[in-house]
Design a protein around this ligand. Structure first.
Ligand SMILES: *Cc1c(COP(=O)(O)O)cnc(C)c1O
Length: 423
């Protein structure tokens, strides 16, 4: 697409955008008396205007029915989550019974590793990306120690080549091959939180399986951002949070996926609780655990209805928009974002983009390293009405998300960033 760096052109793209009205379904924060440019849907997605009503519905049912709220009212709590799994399964490319909404991301990562990281004396290594999100690094280290291994020996990180920021597929595959007799689990993010690089989930999964290992993915920055086909790609397990691209609120309930082929495996290890017991006899209070015939077998505790309420408000908007339409708009937004950044960055004099330019290798996040005094430039963004974030040592991350960002947002960001850099 041949772009232009002008307000008229950006407004023209907005006029043609079939999804532009969805912005009105969200509260956009203000800076001063102006709507801000919110480029942090990759950190905390904005609040759907319907979220408060959904919370209120749960509160009213609690007031009106007490514990009978599980069975009474318009949306009985016992079945509340059942309308959510099909929407999520569309977003992550899974079958509805492969999805469970529960806990928080790091907790789910641990619970799934309990099931799928089953090291033996000879096959015990975890292969992952270097500089994975810290919570994931802590999870890997503590899991390895839980099984009596030494993280320095058992965790194999794949690094970018010296002087570069991205990890090549060849290096990932070569690392799996090099450890094929000792690797138990290959665990990558879907999209790296720092660089915005998308990993080739299908190819990594295939290589992991050929080496005799399981393949799991942390989709915190992938779910709701890029197109996924977890089931078809034969991914063993995955987990994600719903507060980033999926707009379900700070600390919202998280999601997990377990491939269908594992659901009937009676030898599988799992930490269990009564809410994972088959619904048919969950309330018989019997001493034996009969797992739900779906991913809900991993759910240990009573579903937190107040958290599910905001999640539901958000997912209903996804259902209305259609996830494929969002991905298509996302590609158009980021194409314009790259164009604007290139235009203001004459001869690369101000910054370097470390996110891949190839649309198949990135989602909507763009990470830039600013040459000048990066932190000083960053600190002026918010007073100028722009929400972006800072990652040590020198990276500014911005995400123009298709649900509520506009082409005009990107244009205005370009103008402001250029002004600050040229000062
Ligand atoms: C955001 C993020 C987390 C955060 O974990 P919580 O348990 O939700 O606090 C973990 N891992 C990755 C890769 C993330 O991007």
């Amino acid at each position: 697409m041949q772009h232009e760096f002008s307000l008229d052109y950006a407004k023209h793209l907005d006029d043609k955008d079939a999804l532009k009205q969805y912005r009105n379904k969200f509260y956009i924060p203000y800076v001063g008396d102006k709507e801000a440019i919110y480029f942090l849907g990759n950190s905390l997605g904005l609040q759907p205007k319907t979220a408060q009503d959904e919370v209120l519905n749960v509160m009213e049912n609690w007031a009106n029915f007490g514990v009978e709220g599980f069975f009474m009212g318009e949306d009985p709590w016992l079945n509340y989550h059942k309308t959510l799994s099909p929407i999520l399964s569309d977003i992550v490319g899974a079958l509805p019974h492969e999805i469970v909404t529960m806990n928080h991301l790091t907790v789910n990562l641990h619970l799934l590793m309990i099931s799928f990281y089953r090291p033996t004396a000879t096959r015990y290594k975890i292969i992952c990306e270097a500089k994975a999100f810290p919570s994931d690094q802590y999870a890997f280290q503590s899991q390895v120690k839980l099984h009596g291994f030494n993280p320095a020996d058992a965790i194999i990180e794949v690094h970018p080549k010296p002087g570069t920021h991205l990890i090549t597929k060849d290096d990932i595959l070569a690392t799996i091959e090099a450890h094929k007799d000792s690797v138990a689990l290959v665990l990558f993010s879907g999209v790296n939180y720092f660089t915005g690089q998308v990993f080739d989930i299908e190819t990594i999964t295939k290589a992991a399986h050929q080496a005799g290992a399981k393949a799991g993915f942390d989709l915190a920055h992938a779910a709701g951002n890029i197109a996924l086909q977890l089931h078809q790609w034969n991914v063993d397990f995955a987990c994600w949070c719903n507060y980033k691209y999926l707009n379900s609120g700070p600390g919202s309930i998280a999601g997990a996926y377990i491939h269908e082929k594992h659901l009937s495996d009676t030898n599988l290890q799992r930490l269990e609780g009564w809410w994972g017991n088959d619904e048919k006899n969950r309330f018989k209070m019997e001493p034996t655990f009969t797992p739900s015939p779906n991913a809900e077998a991993w759910q240990m505790s009573t579903a937190p209805m107040l958290l599910l309420a905001t999640h539901k408000a958000s997912l209903n908007i996804y259902k209305e928009v259609g996830f494929n339409n969002l991905v298509a708009k996302s590609q158009q937004l980021s194409s314009f974002m790259f164009y604007v950044l290139d235009t203001i960055n004459t001869d690369g004099k101000y910054f370097k983009i470390i996110t891949p330019t190839n649309p198949n290798e990135r989602g909507c996040q763009v990470s830039i390293i600013v040459n000048a005094d990066a932190k000083a430039v960053f600190d002026k963004l918010l007073p100028n009405g722009i929400f972006a974030d800072w990652r040590e040592p020198n990276v500014i991350r911005v995400a123009a998300v298709p649900m509520y960002n506009s082409f005009e947002d990107i244009y205005l960001f370009g103008i402001t960033l250029h002004k600050l850099l040229a000062q």
